[in-house]
Design a protein around this ligand. Structure first.
Ligand code: FES
Length: 274
Protein backbone atom coordinates (compact mmCIF):
# COMPACT_ATOMS: atom_id res chain seq x y z
CA UNK A 1 0.00 0.00 0.00
CA UNK A 2 1.22 3.50 -0.85
CA UNK A 3 0.24 6.32 1.51
CA UNK A 4 -1.04 9.61 0.07
CA UNK A 5 0.74 12.53 1.81
CA UNK A 6 -0.61 15.42 -0.22
CA UNK A 7 -3.48 15.84 -2.68
CA UNK A 8 -4.01 19.29 -4.27
CA UNK A 9 -6.29 20.37 -7.09
CA UNK A 10 -4.19 22.30 -9.64
CA UNK A 11 -6.81 22.83 -12.32
CA UNK A 12 -10.33 21.51 -12.96
CA UNK A 13 -10.03 17.71 -12.49
CA UNK A 14 -6.22 17.87 -12.32
CA UNK A 15 -4.59 16.76 -9.07
CA UNK A 16 -1.02 16.79 -7.76
CA UNK A 17 -0.50 13.90 -5.36
CA UNK A 18 2.57 13.28 -3.23
CA UNK A 19 2.82 9.61 -2.34
CA UNK A 20 5.16 7.64 -0.10
CA UNK A 21 7.09 5.25 -2.36
CA UNK A 22 10.74 5.14 -1.15
CA UNK A 23 12.03 2.49 -3.56
CA UNK A 24 10.58 4.20 -6.63
CA UNK A 25 11.75 7.64 -5.43
CA UNK A 26 15.32 6.36 -5.14
CA UNK A 27 15.47 4.64 -8.53
CA UNK A 28 13.48 7.07 -10.69
CA UNK A 29 15.01 9.11 -13.52
CA UNK A 30 13.33 11.91 -15.56
CA UNK A 31 11.00 10.56 -18.23
CA UNK A 32 10.10 7.37 -16.39
CA UNK A 33 6.61 6.44 -15.30
CA UNK A 34 4.70 4.19 -12.91
CA UNK A 35 1.62 2.06 -13.39
CA UNK A 36 -1.03 2.70 -10.77
CA UNK A 37 -3.49 -0.10 -10.10
CA UNK A 38 -6.12 1.36 -7.79
CA UNK A 39 -8.26 -1.74 -7.32
CA UNK A 40 -8.12 -5.50 -7.76
CA UNK A 41 -9.11 -6.42 -11.31
CA UNK A 42 -9.37 -2.73 -12.28
CA UNK A 43 -7.68 -0.69 -14.95
CA UNK A 44 -3.94 0.03 -14.76
CA UNK A 45 -3.10 3.69 -15.24
CA UNK A 46 0.34 4.73 -16.54
CA UNK A 47 1.46 8.04 -15.00
CA UNK A 48 4.73 9.88 -15.51
CA UNK A 49 6.61 10.52 -12.29
CA UNK A 50 6.42 14.32 -12.08
CA UNK A 51 9.04 14.65 -9.36
CA UNK A 52 10.70 12.57 -6.66
CA UNK A 53 12.42 13.21 -3.35
CA UNK A 54 14.72 10.26 -2.59
CA UNK A 55 15.50 11.62 0.91
CA UNK A 56 11.86 11.93 1.90
CA UNK A 57 11.01 8.73 -0.02
CA UNK A 58 8.20 10.38 -1.97
CA UNK A 59 7.08 10.67 -5.57
CA UNK A 60 4.79 13.30 -7.11
CA UNK A 61 2.15 12.28 -9.63
CA UNK A 62 -0.08 14.57 -11.68
CA UNK A 63 -3.42 13.00 -12.54
CA UNK A 64 -6.31 14.12 -14.66
CA UNK A 65 -9.56 12.55 -13.50
CA UNK A 66 -11.11 11.53 -16.81
CA UNK A 67 -12.43 8.04 -16.10
CA UNK A 68 -13.57 5.74 -13.32
CA UNK A 69 -10.05 4.57 -12.34
CA UNK A 70 -8.45 8.01 -12.36
CA UNK A 71 -11.40 9.33 -10.31
CA UNK A 72 -10.77 6.60 -7.78
CA UNK A 73 -7.10 7.62 -7.52
CA UNK A 74 -7.74 11.38 -7.08
CA UNK A 75 -10.49 10.70 -4.55
CA UNK A 76 -7.97 9.02 -2.21
CA UNK A 77 -7.65 11.48 0.68
CA UNK A 78 -4.46 12.48 2.50
CA UNK A 79 -3.70 9.65 4.93
CA UNK A 80 -5.40 7.13 2.64
CA UNK A 81 -3.55 4.57 0.52
CA UNK A 82 -3.31 3.44 -3.07
CA UNK A 83 -3.34 -0.31 -3.54
CA UNK A 84 -0.47 -0.80 -5.99
CA UNK A 85 2.12 1.33 -7.79
CA UNK A 86 4.69 -0.40 -10.03
CA UNK A 87 7.82 1.27 -11.31
CA UNK A 88 9.87 3.10 -12.24
CA UNK A 89 9.17 1.91 -15.81
CA UNK A 90 10.24 3.01 -19.27
CA UNK A 91 13.45 4.51 -20.52
CA UNK A 92 14.85 7.62 -18.91
CA UNK A 93 15.03 10.73 -21.09
CA UNK A 94 18.31 10.99 -22.99
CA UNK A 95 19.52 14.40 -21.94
CA UNK A 96 21.73 15.89 -24.63
CA UNK A 97 23.39 19.23 -25.11
CA UNK A 98 21.04 20.81 -27.62
CA UNK A 99 21.85 24.42 -26.82
CA UNK A 100 18.46 26.04 -27.23
CA UNK A 101 15.41 23.82 -26.71
CA UNK A 102 11.68 24.47 -26.67
CA UNK A 103 9.59 22.45 -24.24
CA UNK A 104 5.93 22.47 -25.24
CA UNK A 105 3.23 21.29 -22.84
CA UNK A 106 -0.50 21.03 -23.46
CA UNK A 107 -2.96 20.59 -20.58
CA UNK A 108 -1.80 17.86 -18.21
CA UNK A 109 1.14 17.25 -20.55
CA UNK A 110 2.74 20.27 -18.85
CA UNK A 111 3.12 18.19 -15.69
CA UNK A 112 4.79 15.38 -17.62
CA UNK A 113 7.02 17.96 -19.27
CA UNK A 114 8.13 19.45 -15.95
CA UNK A 115 10.80 16.85 -14.92
CA UNK A 116 12.10 16.69 -18.48
CA UNK A 117 12.43 20.50 -18.84
CA UNK A 118 14.11 20.66 -15.44
CA UNK A 119 16.66 17.98 -16.38
CA UNK A 120 17.39 19.71 -19.70
CA UNK A 121 17.96 23.06 -17.95
CA UNK A 122 20.12 21.49 -15.22
CA UNK A 123 22.41 20.01 -17.84
CA UNK A 124 23.06 23.43 -19.39
CA UNK A 125 20.43 23.74 -22.13
CA UNK A 126 18.65 27.04 -22.63
CA UNK A 127 14.99 26.10 -22.16
CA UNK A 128 12.03 28.08 -23.50
CA UNK A 129 8.82 26.63 -22.16
CA UNK A 130 5.51 26.99 -23.97
CA UNK A 131 2.34 26.03 -22.08
CA UNK A 132 -1.10 25.77 -23.60
CA UNK A 133 -4.61 25.19 -22.33
CA UNK A 134 -8.24 25.93 -22.99
CA UNK A 135 -8.28 28.91 -20.61
CA UNK A 136 -6.43 30.35 -17.60
CA UNK A 137 -7.58 27.71 -15.03
CA UNK A 138 -6.04 24.99 -17.24
CA UNK A 139 -2.57 26.57 -17.26
CA UNK A 140 -0.57 24.68 -14.66
CA UNK A 141 2.94 24.86 -13.16
CA UNK A 142 3.89 28.16 -14.85
CA UNK A 143 5.71 29.39 -11.73
CA UNK A 144 7.53 26.10 -11.15
CA UNK A 145 8.69 26.02 -14.79
CA UNK A 146 9.78 29.68 -14.65
CA UNK A 147 12.29 28.75 -11.92
CA UNK A 148 14.62 27.22 -14.52
CA UNK A 149 13.26 28.28 -17.96
CA UNK A 150 14.73 31.24 -19.83
CA UNK A 151 11.19 32.18 -20.70
CA UNK A 152 7.71 30.73 -20.11
CA UNK A 153 5.23 31.57 -22.88
CA UNK A 154 1.54 30.85 -22.49
CA UNK A 155 -1.20 30.31 -25.08
CA UNK A 156 -4.88 29.91 -24.25
CA UNK A 157 -7.66 29.22 -26.71
CA UNK A 158 -9.84 31.99 -25.27
CA UNK A 159 -7.00 34.47 -24.67
CA UNK A 160 -7.63 34.58 -20.88
CA UNK A 161 -3.88 34.16 -20.26
CA UNK A 162 -0.93 34.83 -22.57
CA UNK A 163 -1.34 34.78 -26.33
CA UNK A 164 -4.72 33.79 -27.75
CA UNK A 165 -4.37 30.64 -29.84
CA UNK A 166 -2.47 27.40 -29.66
CA UNK A 167 1.02 26.38 -28.55
CA UNK A 168 1.86 25.89 -32.22
CA UNK A 169 1.28 29.63 -32.88
CA UNK A 170 3.81 30.49 -30.16
CA UNK A 171 6.25 27.86 -31.40
CA UNK A 172 5.99 29.19 -34.96
CA UNK A 173 6.95 32.70 -33.70
CA UNK A 174 9.94 31.19 -31.91
CA UNK A 175 11.08 29.33 -35.02
CA UNK A 176 10.67 32.46 -37.14
CA UNK A 177 12.99 34.41 -34.82
CA UNK A 178 16.61 33.57 -35.73
CA UNK A 179 17.73 34.58 -32.20
CA UNK A 180 15.30 32.15 -30.59
CA UNK A 181 14.93 29.23 -32.99
CA UNK A 182 15.33 25.98 -31.00
CA UNK A 183 17.63 23.12 -32.03
CA UNK A 184 15.20 20.62 -30.54
CA UNK A 185 11.57 20.57 -29.44
CA UNK A 186 10.03 18.37 -26.74
CA UNK A 187 6.24 18.19 -26.96
CA UNK A 188 3.95 16.52 -24.44
CA UNK A 189 0.19 16.75 -24.33
CA UNK A 190 -2.91 15.55 -26.16
CA UNK A 191 -2.11 13.46 -29.24
CA UNK A 192 -3.52 16.05 -31.73
CA UNK A 193 -1.27 18.69 -30.15
CA UNK A 194 1.87 16.54 -30.38
CA UNK A 195 0.99 15.68 -33.96
CA UNK A 196 0.54 19.40 -34.81
CA UNK A 197 3.91 20.26 -33.23
CA UNK A 198 5.65 17.46 -35.16
CA UNK A 199 4.09 18.64 -38.44
CA UNK A 200 5.15 22.22 -37.70
CA UNK A 201 8.81 21.37 -37.05
CA UNK A 202 9.16 18.75 -39.81
CA UNK A 203 9.89 21.16 -42.70
CA UNK A 204 12.54 22.92 -40.59
CA UNK A 205 14.27 19.64 -39.72
CA UNK A 206 14.11 20.47 -36.02
CA UNK A 207 14.46 17.31 -33.92
CA UNK A 208 11.14 16.75 -32.14
CA UNK A 209 10.61 14.35 -29.26
CA UNK A 210 7.14 13.42 -28.06
CA UNK A 211 6.08 11.40 -25.01
CA UNK A 212 3.37 8.84 -25.70
CA UNK A 213 0.85 7.58 -23.20
CA UNK A 214 -1.05 4.74 -24.90
CA UNK A 215 -3.21 2.15 -23.15
CA UNK A 216 -0.95 0.01 -20.96
CA UNK A 217 -1.65 -3.24 -19.20
CA UNK A 218 1.43 -4.98 -17.79
CA UNK A 219 4.03 -2.25 -18.41
CA UNK A 220 6.72 -4.87 -19.03
CA UNK A 221 6.68 -5.39 -22.79
CA UNK A 222 4.75 -8.68 -22.55
CA UNK A 223 1.13 -7.88 -23.41
CA UNK A 224 1.54 -5.66 -26.49
CA UNK A 225 -1.23 -3.33 -25.27
CA UNK A 226 0.91 -0.23 -25.65
CA UNK A 227 2.19 -0.88 -29.16
CA UNK A 228 2.79 2.14 -31.37
CA UNK A 229 4.13 2.43 -34.87
CA UNK A 230 7.32 4.45 -35.17
CA UNK A 231 8.76 4.62 -38.68
CA UNK A 232 8.59 1.08 -40.05
CA UNK A 233 8.78 -0.53 -36.66
CA UNK A 234 6.28 -1.53 -34.01
CA UNK A 235 7.44 -0.34 -30.61
CA UNK A 236 6.14 -0.88 -27.10
CA UNK A 237 5.81 2.47 -25.33
CA UNK A 238 6.35 0.87 -21.91
CA UNK A 239 9.82 -0.50 -22.63
CA UNK A 240 10.98 1.28 -25.82
CA UNK A 241 9.51 4.67 -24.78
CA UNK A 242 7.62 6.61 -23.65
CA UNK A 243 9.64 9.16 -25.68
CA UNK A 244 9.93 8.81 -29.45
CA UNK A 245 10.93 10.83 -32.51
CA UNK A 246 7.74 12.80 -33.28
CA UNK A 247 8.50 12.83 -37.00
CA UNK A 248 8.27 9.04 -37.12
CA UNK A 249 5.22 8.32 -34.94
CA UNK A 250 2.02 7.13 -36.64
CA UNK A 251 -0.33 9.46 -34.75
CA UNK A 252 -3.44 8.33 -36.70
CA UNK A 253 -3.03 4.74 -35.50
CA UNK A 254 -2.34 5.93 -31.96
CA UNK A 255 -5.56 7.96 -31.90
CA UNK A 256 -7.57 4.97 -33.14
CA UNK A 257 -6.15 2.73 -30.43
CA UNK A 258 -6.75 5.33 -27.71
CA UNK A 259 -10.43 5.62 -28.64
CA UNK A 260 -10.96 1.83 -28.52
CA UNK A 261 -12.40 1.80 -24.97
CA UNK A 262 -14.24 5.14 -25.07
CA UNK A 263 -17.75 3.61 -25.05
CA UNK A 264 -16.93 1.14 -22.24
CA UNK A 265 -15.45 3.98 -20.18
CA UNK A 266 -18.55 6.17 -20.71
CA UNK A 267 -20.76 3.27 -19.56
CA UNK A 268 -18.69 2.70 -16.39
CA UNK A 269 -18.77 6.44 -15.60
CA UNK A 270 -22.55 6.47 -16.01
CA UNK A 271 -22.89 3.62 -13.54
CA UNK A 272 -20.73 5.27 -10.86
CA UNK A 273 -22.64 6.55 -7.81
CA UNK A 274 -23.24 10.30 -8.27
FE1 FES B 1 2.12 -4.38 -22.15
FE2 FES B 1 3.58 -2.33 -22.90
S1 FES B 1 1.95 -2.33 -21.51
S2 FES B 1 3.65 -4.35 -23.67
Amino acid sequence: MFEVLQNDTLAPNVHRMVIRAPRIAKARQPGQFVIVHPEEGGERIPLTIGDADPQAGTITLFIQAVGASTLKIVNTPVGGSIRDIAGPLGKATEIEQWGRVACVGGGLGTAVLYPLAKALAESGNEVTTIIGGRSKPFIILAEELAAFSTEVLVATEDGSQGQQGFVTNVLQDLIDNPDKRPSAVFAIGPVPMMRAVAELTRPYGIKTIVSLNPIMIDGTGMCGGCRVKVGDETKFACVDGPEFDGHLVDFGLLMDRLSMYRDTEAKILEELPK
